[in-house]
Design a binder for this molecule. Structure first.
Ligand code: GLA
Length: 722
């Protein structure tokens, strides 16, 4: 891995064993993209001239030059396409003509101030400073290359080095101009209980992409896009993935221009965003991860998964297995008392579960979703002896105890709202429109954050908790803060997210031994920003096994199973009314952080016995399922089946899961080819004792028995025997 600068050609070449990212200072000043893809040993003149056209001698700004060129950091100056950064000067006019000033190459990578970002073990970073000579505004582009993952991390810092204030009203994190538009674009869109459904279409000249204006990464869209060559498949061909380490509104776009250059950009949502910079102040963009794979979409995912495990997740649980949990939400909703919870916990213990989680409804007087958010004191009607007593009783059963919180929100019917009606995000004179009967706290304000951090820490202390589910159940619009001056109101969206990160940092650091799971009305903020604080997130409120196959399939583009909260729930399923076998619900949930979310008190003894058996299997397989290499085998978006597998790093163990949705009459057994194994090893199916060659499994296939009944699954646990 290295970052090289050749002063004779002004070329920067970032490379590891597999990938090159190359750009050049055209005219000695303007960074132009040359190549991002498979590693090349040497950057030739041909490569440079093809993409950056002008030599030092002939470069001229007066040729609308930038409008035809692949820019590393376009700023709407000489380039008439969508730019990455836009700045308005004190006189209301806008121009930013960035020229090379200096660069620095460092081991590791810099931290990004208050923003979460990937760590830099085994990495090298280039910090390239560009400056606008007229205003003094500078942009520092940061590029990090890793030795262990094929990801380039990019971000930008805008520094007001001038004498007057400027307003930044667009600040994306990365831009890559690809030659041609021979790509399929995949983005993830959905809704509550239908998060991250994958949609693929060919690029066309003009604009396309995905974005969120909801103040969060959202259930409707995801801060991710993938450009795949038209011939790319799961395991072959070139794929470029873009993901953002940010939990607020975002934009990921591709503009195919008049000469068919495809400009891919990703960063903070520019709508309703601006940031004032006084002289000497700076603005840091979130970090974007640009992943290149020549081994198809699977290769991209395995790189992203390694990025998450090696550089993003942190804390005691980041690299370990997780407790098997039982959550009371779908068992009781708001209708519980201590007695009911304890009888559920007792059954959880009998079913060999590790952790009992008390979900929404334990505080204030919350008997529905219309009150008490903000009042983080125990509801003594439901828990007459308080949270600590319940927690002690649960611990006495030999279970760990977990608790649900939603610290970012406030109910109008709450003591907190009555005391501080201006603490919510609102615009004076306009109705405070509620969503799920709640308003959002203005977390840009120090006093609001300080209060919430104090009461939440007190509640978690009181509950003596081992696990926390941090929820967030509504998105934001009608932005207004009672404490920001007029010219800074458009900073609120980003300040809100910085406030969330600040609270998460303080609360998670106060409880280093506690496992935290993020949640947002299901998977409404399932992003890399969250993963920097919490190693797992509730993937979706949809616990239906077949819908889960689809959601987990596309979530796995970026996120490994160790991050995906997944539970076995009751049948008929509460979201779809569908009934699926317990074994299938478990096989699917096992490819995530495993738990149960249904009334165990009503289960027949045989089913409790079955759950005990399943838990044993989960404990055995979880290290492999979490930290092995992930291969998607059959896409549930293409038909009636889904299959995926995980292979250990040394290729000596693998778990393969296959699910068939509807049984069809007169079906035959079928062959399914596996991936990622060692062709020269012999594998034994640990359940049946059958043995197979690795080559046989990958090049011929394994037999999938025709299903008898709907939503049947088959799982193979293979171990090398030679
Ligand atoms: C959200 C979560 C659920 C549950 C409810 C409680 O919808 O995603 O899992 O915690 O809130 O209100």
């Amino acid at each position: 891995m290295s970052i090289l600068f050749d002063p004779s050609t002004s070329v920067f070449h970032l490379s590891n064993d597999r990938v090159s990212y190359i750009f050049r200072l055209a005219g000695g000043k303007y960074p132009m993209h040359v190549h991002w893809g498979r590693r090349v040993r040497k950057v030739t003149d041909r490569m440079i001239e093809r993409r950056t056209i002008w030599t030092e001698e002939t470069f001229s700004l007066n040729e609308t030059a930038f409008d035809f060129l692949p820019m590393e950091c376009p700023t709407f100056a000489g380039d008439l396409r969508e730019g990455m950064i836009h700045v308005i000067h004190e006189n209301g006019m806008s121009a930013l003509l960035l020229e090379y000033e200096s660069h620095r190459i460092m081991t590791g990578k810099p931290a990004l101030g208050a923003l979460p970002s990937a760590r830099g073990e085994g990495a090298e970073s280039l910090l390239l400073t560009l400056r606008d000579k007229v205003s003094g505004v500078a942009v520092e582009l940061c590029y990090t290359i890793y030795s262990d993952v094929d990801v380039i991390a990019r971000s930008a810092r805008i520094i007001n080095g001038g004498k007057t204030a400027v307003t930044v009203d667009k600040a994306l994190s990365a831009c890559v101009d690809f030659e041609g538009y021979d790509f399929n674009l995949t983005t993830l869109s959905g809704a509550w209980t239908r998060e991250r459904q994958m949609y693929t279409r060919p690029l066309v000249p003009g604009d396309q992409g995905t974005s969120s204006t909801r103040g969060a990464s959202s259930v409707q869209t995801s801060p991710f896009m993938m450009l795949a060559r038209k011939d790319a498949t799961e395991e072959r061909g070139e794929v470029y993935g873009f993901a953002l380490c940010y939990s607020g509104g975002f934009e990921a776009s591709v503009h195919v221009d008049q000469h068919f250059i495809s400009r891919a950009q990703i960063g903070i949502q520019p709508f309703n965003f601006s940031w004032q910079l006084q002289p000497g102040e700076d603005f840091q963009t979130p970090e974007a991860y640009l992943c290149y794979s020549c081994e198809g979409m699977g290769g991209m995912s395995r790189s992203f998964h390694a990025l998450v495990h090696n550089h993003i997740t942190t804390g005691k649980f980041a690299h370990s297995t997780r407790p098997i949990l039982c959550n009371n939400w779908e068992a009781t909703y708001f209708d519980f008392n201590e007695e009911k919870l304890l009888s559920l916990a007792l059954c959880a213990k009998e079913a060999d579960i590790d952790l009992f989680v008390l979900d929404d409804g334990w505080f204030g007087h919350r008997n529905g979703d219309n009150s008490s958010l903000g009042d983080w004191f125990d509801d003594l009607n439901k828990l007459p002896k308080g949270l600590r007593h319940l927690s002690d009783e649960i611990h006495a059963l030999g279970l760990k105890f977990g608790l649900w919180i939603e610290p970012e929100m406030i109910s109008v019917d709450s003591e907190l709202y009555r005391a501080h009606p201006d603490w919510c995000i609102h615009v004076p004179g306009y109705p405070r429109i509620e969503y799920r009967n709640q308003l959002v706290l203005d977390l840009s304000r120090d006093e609001v954050r300080d209060h919430i951090v104090d009461v939440i820490i007190a509640a978690l202390d009181r509950g003596n908790v081992d696990y926390v589910k941090w929820d967030m159940n509504r998105f934001i619009n009608m932005w207004g803060s009672a404490s920001l001056p007029a010219q800074r109101q458009q900073e609120l969206g980003h300040r809100y997210i910085l406030g969330v990160y600040d609270m998460m940092r303080r609360i998670t650091q106060a409880f280093p031994d506690v496992l935290f799971e993020s949640c947002a009305g299901g998977g409404g903020r399932f992003d890399l920003g969250m993963m920097c604080f919490m190693p797992q997130g509730w993937c979706t409120d949809d616990t239906d096994a077949w819908m889960r196959c689809k959601i987990q399939h596309s979530t796995s583009f970026v996120f490994p199973p160790s991050t995906m909260g997944a539970h076995v729930s009751a049948v008929p399923n509460h979201q779809t009314g569908r009934s699926t076998p317990l074994a299938t619900r478990a096989a699917v949930a096992m490819s995530g952080t495993y738990g149960y979310e249904f009334d165990l008190t009503n289960l027949p003894a045989e089913e409790i016995a079955e759950i005990r058996k399943l838990n044993k299997r989960v404990r055995q397989l979880q290290p492999l399922l979490f930290y092995g290499d992930y291969y998607r085998l059959v896409s549930p978006y293409e038909g009636n089946e889904a299959a995926w597998m995980t292979v250990s790093g040394d290729k000596r163990e693998a778990v393969v899961t296959h699910v068939c949705a509807q049984a069809v009459p007169n079906m035959k057994d079928k062959l399914m080819r596996l991936a990622g194994l060692d062709p020269n090893l012999t594998y034994r199916d640990e359940d049946t004792g059958m043995t197979y060659g690795g080559d046989e499994l990958m090049y011929y296939g394994i037999i999938i028995k025709k299903p008898w009944g709907d939503y049947m699954s088959q799982q193979f646990y293979l171990k090398a025997i030679d």
